[in-house]
Design a binder for this molecule. Structure first.
Ligand code: HEM
Ligand code: NAG
Ligand code: NAG
Length: 477
């Protein structure tokens, strides 16, 4: 602790001259959005962190929007940053990716992701690989290939639950198994479990926000990344041989091996690892929080159960869901959207200005960071009536509580639109289907939602589960 404070002090002192320089130049640039830069170097970072450790979802932005309007300047994580809580500006930022803005990650994050991950690619290579990933996860591929395994693996997992479980842990296990299956056709087993143990250490590395290079969690994460990469690289080698011998599988690894891209094994491993990372925390958190919100909204849970019992009633005991079933879950889709809106797993996105950019009468200076906050828009009462409460019915037609479509961007947009947007929705819907038709549950302890370092519940949402009497059986008797 003492060492940390000392270090912080050194960096702070070193930053003071820059700070005054920056202040001075700021006065000349009249058009910067209004705001407060806080203390030298650390800026408003501590305020940001402490705000998001509470249950109130939007304290940091609320306060500043009230004082400065929806576009303001602050100083967080070592840099002056323009924050946007304005849907039009957010859209402008998303659509101009690669033209006026580009994405930028700190070195600590890119080392964990690997150089050849989709998230770090730019230009035409990014375009090609983004569209490849989109078609891997598009609705036809889910319908024709992925759905059957999603259904089976979710069911297998839920059937093993008994008594008290940590829902967040179980959801992570499910998500990991699904992704490994989808990417490289591996069924869960000892190999996937031992890979997952290493993988969990890698993920922890992403959340060492303060001074990552001095943290033991971070160096452990880097070591674990090497191990995971080695394990994946063995698979890639094996599959390359099989593929050359004409033994082809229908997964994304096969496409990457197909040769049109001329990728090395290292490229492929980086690419696969990034996909594993991108869908992991996000999808498992949305599964957990959907259950939490439903538990706290019994009317919504009852309506959801009814929808799924009806689907089950038409089927044999373990018959898999089909695409047409997925397409006849209107209320479930309302629950999915509302969970995405309230939980906002990706609260927004960071970009860097590639040039001076005029926006709404201000100028964002070249090289500055911008943060487009989706969460601020999703929780804005001007766009969603009674915006801070969970109300899935708002998504029903003509409810009048939701403003026009394009302010809702849980999956981003533009050239970096989340390629997993449909896949995540299907996985959550299938998960909810089997959960409500097979099990009933009660929270085992009170648990709280927090927003830092990510959206999660404090105690990993412990619940007690019980098997439900099977509906389809009841109907037949
Ligand atoms: C509820 C679940 C999910 C949410 C809320 C979510 C959200 C997002 C958002 C907001 C972005 C845009 C980032 C940016 O613009 O910088 C993104 C990118 C991405 N997502 Fe997702 N995602 C989810 C699930 C998934 C899944 C299941 C996959 C697996 C295929 C996935 C793969 C990716 C990838 C590869 C990118 C990077 C795209 C690029 O940089 O071109 N996501 N996601
Ligand atoms: C999904 O991707 C496949 C392969 O690229 C393509 O043939 C198909 O038309 C796409 N489907 C949709 C619904 O976009
Ligand atoms: C859920 O949100 C998406 C946008 O992400 C929208 O296209 C869709 O119509 C919404 N679903 C419902 C049921 O309103």
């Amino acid at each position: 602790m003492a060492a940390f404070v000392f270090l912080l002090l050194c960096v702070t002192l070193a930053a003071i001259p820059f700070f005054f320089l920056f202040r001075a130049s700021r006065c000349r640039r009249r058009m910067l959005p209004p705001g407060n830069l806080g203390l030298p170097f650390i800026g408003e970072t501590l305020q940001l962190i402490s705000a998001y450790k509470t249950e109130n979802p939007e304290p940091f932005i609320d306060e500043r929007v009230k004082r400065f309007g929806p576009i303001f300047t602050t100083h967080v994580f070592g840099e002056p940053t323009v924050f946007s809580a304005d849907p039009e500006t957010n859209r402008f930022i998303l659509m101009n990716e690669g033209k006026l803005f580009d994405c930028s990650y700190p070195a600590s994050i890119s080392n964990l992701l690997g150089r050849h991950s989709l998230l770090l690619m730019k230009g035409s290579l990014h375009k090609r690989m983004h569209s490849l990933t989109m078609s891997f996860a598009n609705s036809s591929n889910i319908r024709d290939h992925l759905l059957v395994d999603i259904d089976r693996l979710v069911r297998l997992n839920l059937d093993s639950w008994n008594g008290r479980i940590f829902l967040m842990e179980e959801a992570k296990k499910i998500t990991f198994e699904l992704t490994v299956k989808q990417l490289m056709s591996f069924d869960p087993g000892e190999w996937t479990e031992s890979l997952r143990k290493e993988y969990v250490l890698v993920i922890e590395g992403f959340f060492t926000v303060a001074l990552p290079f001095f943290s033991t969690t971070y160096s452990r994460a880097i070591k674990a990344r090497t191990k995971v990469a080695e394990a994946l690289s063995l698979i890639v080698k094996q599959r390359r041989k099989q593929s050359e011998a004409g033994e082809k599988k229908k997964d994304i690894l096969e496409t990457l091996l197909a040769g049109d891209y001329g990728f090395s094994d290292e490229h492929i491993v980086d690419f696969l690892l990034a996909l594993l990372v991108a869908g992991y925390e996000t999808t498992s958190t949305i599964m957990t929080l959907a259950v939490k919100f439903l538990t706290e909204t019994p009317l919504a849970l009852a309506q959801l159960k009814e929808e799924h019992d009806q689907i089950r009633a038409e089927k044999r005991e373990n018959e898999a869901l089909e695409w047409s079933d997925y397409k006849s879950m209107p209320f479930t889709q309302c629950v999915v959207n509302e969970t995405l809106r309230v939980a906002n797993i990706i609260g927004g996105i960071f970009r860097r200005a590639m040039t001076d950019i005029p926006i709404k009468g201000y100028t964002i200076p070249k090289g500055w960071k911008v943060f487009a906050s989706f969460r601020a828009v999703h929780l804005d009462r001007d766009h969603f009536k009674d915006a801070r409460s969970f109300n899935p019915w708002r998504w029903q037609e003509n409810s009048g509580t939701t403003s026009a479509g394009n302010v809702f961007t849980p999956f981003g947009g533009g050239p970096r639109l989340c390629p997993g947007y449909e896949l995540a929705r299907v996985e959550l819907s299938v998960f909810l289907h089997h959960l409500v038709t097979r099990l009933s549950w009660v929270p085992a302890e009170e648990d709280k939602l927090v927003f830092f370092p990510t959206t999660r519940t404090q105690k990993r949402y412990p619940i007690n589960v019980q098997r439900r009497n099977h509906v389809s059986k009841l109907c037949k008797e």
